[in-house]
Design a protein around this ligand. Structure first.
Ligand code: EPU
Length: 441
């Protein structure tokens, strides 16, 4: 069988990026809403959806189970009544994180489930132990096989669960399973990322009984049935931050529409500390650089500084005068992308110690999870391969700030999660030429 070459982007820097970008709903919310919709007794409609590869992958996965999924412009409609199978085909293995989230909803519908191994970015070991032990606590029998995960349950029941770390995906697994389980589920140390809250609100609209109590505790009373619901997604805070930083890195000014200030609080306060100048209205946020200062930043669960904001921030640090530090506490292996930045001329050194903050779970491991960045560096264009979605965006803005052209391979990682990125960059004045198979439509 002929293999289709992965797409690549050529980037010719043009100086400061200036202009407006509108972001749509977030990648990390839309697919979870599609999974929730599987449990409704009527269709669900999700609006303000981005045009990204992850929606296509998830839509195909749901269709393979018998759902009707209609993706039309910015609207996705999921009609789950035709579901007639609980086996997600192996061909959907390794593409994104969604299969594991389908386990609870499919158990409710079919009693027996197979999902292939999950994929997503290679940014750490990303085990599924919290998902598995939560499903087991709620009465599922789970078996890991070399190909994926098999589960069965005669009836799921509420449970008291404490997550060892506030995992986004494991919290979502518990929410998506507990809403139709019999009785009460209490989940402590939950993730409370805006995308998780958005999913909980969508489930509430479907008829679920969910409360968020203090101290990261969700309490869910199982109900007998859920109906379809409608929701307009809130703006993608990762994209919003990434484009704002694209402006700062190149000494320009970017105005982002479509993402509320409240979703960017820690990003704004961090950039403020560095000397960035914000203008914020109900409709947009704009940022421009004064004399930017260095900073010490630690990534963390919400409301901490998001791990997905980390790669653009590192590129920004490479343009600030002096030494900055990033301590990555969410993933143990989120710095492989820095090799290419070093090749472009950035001065970045990695450490296995917990630098610039409290000790984290990776203290005393050999994981290189702290970075010291010395700037400003004169970046040179390069030919590089994108390792993951957020590192990839870091490369684009580094290429925009560099001297000379760059060629980025494997940009399908970016196209899985950014809404029409070439158009967005063109609006900022950066024209990127693309080669390869068609982009997500
Ligand atoms: N973890 C475990 N065991 C588990 C689950 C998680 O040890 O069973 C660990 C992970 O290895 C990691 C930490 O817990 O060290 C946090 O992982 P989490 O479960 O929160 O991540 P996720 O749900 O797999 C989502 C986003 C990520 C984002 C993280 C953290 C999606 C599809 N992905 O991943 O987004 O970084 O939450 O906010 O929602 C991205 O968009 O680029 C991306 C990687």
């Amino acid at each position: 069988m002929a293999t289709i070459a992965a797409p690549s982007w050529s980037i010719e820097p043009v100086g400061p990026l200036q202009g407006d970008v509108t972001v749509r709903g977030s990648k990390n919310a839309v697919t979870k809403h599609m999974v929730a919709a599987v449990m409704g007794e009527s269709p669900s409609t999700i609006r303000n959806c981005p045009q990204i590869g992850d929606i296509e992958i998830t839509a195909e996965m749901l269709r393979s189970l018998g759902c009707l999924v209609d993706v039309e412009g910015e609207t996705v409609v999921v009609e789950p009544n035709g579901i007639d199978g609980g086996r997600v085909p192996l061909s959907y293995g390794g593409l994104n994180r969604i299969p594991i989230l389908l386990v609870g909803p499919l158990l409710h519908r079919m009693g027996e489930v197979f999902v292939p191994l999950v994929g997503g970015d290679r940014i750490g070991s990303r085990p599924l132990d919290f998902h598995v032990s939560s499903l087991e606590a709620m009465g599922a029998e789970v078996r890991m096989t070399p190909d994926g995960l098999e589960a069965k349950a005669l009836g799921l029941r509420g449970a008291r669960i404490r997550l060892p770390f506030p995992s986004v995906g494991a919290t979502e697994t518990v929410l998506l399973t507990a809403v139709l389980a019999e009785g009460r589920t209490v989940v402590e140390n939950s993730a409370v990322e805006p995308e998780v809250i958005e999913l909980a609100l969508f489930l509430q609209r479907m008829g679920a009984r969910i409360e968020l109590r203090p101290d990261r505790r969700f309490v869910i009373e199982g109900v007998d049935r859920l109906r379809g619901a409608e929701h307009r997604l809130d703006g993608d805070r990762i994209e919003a931050f990434s484009y704002l930083v694209a402006g700062l890195v190149t000494g320009g000014r970017v105005r982002v529409h479509g993402c509320a200030q409240g979703r960017l609080v820690t990003a704004i306060s961090t950039l403020h500390r560095m000397g960035a100048r914000f203008e914020i209205t109900d409709d947009w946020l704009a940022v421009s650089a004064g004399q930017l200062r260095t900073a010490v930043v630690q990534t963390d669960a919400h409301p901490g500084f998001m791990t997905d904001w980390q790669p653009p921030l590192v590129v920004l640090f490479s343009q600030c005068e002096g030494m900055s530090v990033v301590h990555e506490t969410v993933y143990e292996d989120r710095f492989p992308y820095v090799g290419a930045l070093q090749k472009m001329g950035a001065e970045i050194e990695l450490f296995d110690a917990c630098l610039g903050g409290r000790d984290c779970r990776f203290n005393e491991s050999t994981a290189m999870h702290s970075a010291v960045v010395r700037g400003p560096s004169h970046l040179r264009g390069a030919e590089i391969t994108v390792p993951d979605i957020r590192g990839g965006f870091g490369y684009v803005i580094a290429a925009a700030a560099a001297e000379g052209p760059s060629l980025l391979h494997d940009v399908h990682h970016l196209e899985r999660g950014y809404h029409r990125p070439l158009e967005a960059f063109a609006q900022l004045g950066l024209h990127i030429s693309r080669e390869g198979p068609p982009a997500p439509s």
